[in-house]
Design a protein. Structure first.
Length: 86
């Protein structure tokens, strides 16, 4: 059975509980972050500053930066102007 098929058959509450339990067993913390607008803001504020000639950055890669910043308690946009100056 494929992983996606396996996951799609599990109710979301049960899946969340399993993931939190598995993370706790490994000593990892799980931080819930509201993903609203992260693709939009990530693309707008992080895609261009983090892209290089060798590394292409998709809007969804940049959304991961926005989600990570939210999880750490930082604003999505803070620090972008410093990267653009480099």
């Amino acid at each position: 059975m494929r992983f996606r098929q396996l996951i799609s058959g599990i109710p979301t509450g049960k899946l969340k509980a399993m993931l939190v339990s598995m993370a706790a067993e490994q000593g990892l913390a799980v931080v819930a972050v509201d993903p609203a607008y992260t693709s939009l803001w990530g693309g707008q504020h992080w895609q261009k500053p983090l892209a290089t000639a060798r590394r292409k950055m998709s809007r969804h890669d940049a959304a991961g930066i926005a989600i990570g910043r939210r999880a750490l308690g930082h604003p999505v946009r803070d620090g972008v102007s410093l990267l653009e100056r480099s």
